[in-house]
Design a protein around this ligand. Sequence first.
Ligand SMILES: Nc1ncnc2c1ncn2[C@@H]1O[C@H](COP(=O)(O)OP(=O)(O)OP(=O)(O)O)[C@@H](O)[C@H]1O
Length: 269
Amino acid sequence: MHASLVVSGLRKVYEGSGRRVEAVRDLTFTVDAGELVCLVGPSGCGKTTLLKCMAGLLAPTSGEVLLGGRRVSGPPPGMAFVFQEYGRSLFPWMRVGENVELPLRQKRLSRARRGELVADALESVGLADAARAYPWQLSGGMQQRVAIARALAYEPEVLLMDEPFAAVDAQTRADLEDLVRRLWRQRGITVLFVTHDIDEAVYLGERVLVLTASPTVVREQLKVDLPEERDQLRTRAAPRFAELRTRVYEQIQAAKRGEPVVEDAPPPR
Ligand SMILES: Nc1ncnc2c1ncn2[C@@H]1O[C@H](COP(=O)(O)OP(=O)(O)OP(=O)(O)O)[C@@H](O)[C@H]1O
C-alpha cells in the first residue's frame, strides 16, 4: 500500500490583480515508496505552493505530480496532510476521537472498523486516554499528536507534512520528531516533510532536498547517511550530523544569495 511520489517539470505561475509571480519554475524529484524526505529552502521559495500542487489543491501551470503512477488532478484518496496550524485544523466542538474519525467517514468502512482505526492511531501517538477530551483541553503538542493520529487513522500511502512542529516548544518538538521517525519505520508510509529547520531536516530525513529561492528549482539532493536508529542526543552530537547540517546550511545561504545551481556538484565527503 506504499506509493512513490513523482514531481516532474512542475511550474506554477500565479496571475491576477495585475501581478504575475513565477513561484515555482521547474521542479523535478522523486520520493520513493516508503522513503522519508525532508524539503528545505529559503522563506517564500514556494514550498507551500509545491505542497498544494502535490495535494491536488492547486493546478500546476505545467508539469505534473504522479502518486503511485497516477496523475494527481484533485485531492488523491491515498494522501493525508499535517499542517503547522493544529489549532485551526481540529474542530473544537468535536471530541478528539470524533476529530480523528472524521476523514474516515468518506471511506466505506463499518462503524466498528472506524472505531478500531481511531483507537489504534491514538494509541500510536500516546493519546489512548484522550479520545473523549476536546482539543482545547489539550496542550499544543498533544493537539499536534491528534492531527498526526487523524492522518494515520486514514491509512495513507503518502503523508505530506508542512512545517508541522513550527509552533510547539523545543522539548515537544524533539518528542514529535521521534514520533514521526518511529511511525514512519513501523508503518513504512512515504513521507514528505517540509521544514525551515536545518537540524530537523537532517535528523529526520533519509534524504534532504534543498530548494532555491523563487522561481524555484531543486538546488541539491543530499543523502542522509546517518544510522536508521536516531537519538536526539547521540545523533545530533555525531560528527557526520555536523557535516551534513553544515552542507545544508551552506546550500541555503547560497540559495538566498541567488548563486547558480552547480550541475553535477561532487557529493559531500
Ligand atoms: N495565491 C497567490 N497569488 C499570488 N502569489 C502567490 C500566491 N500564493 C503564493 N504566492 C507567491 O508565491 C511565492 C511562493 O509562496 P509560498 O507560500 O509557496 O512560499 P513558501 O516557501 O511556502 O513560503 P514560507 O517559507 O514563507 O512559508 C511567493 O512569492 C508568494 O508571494
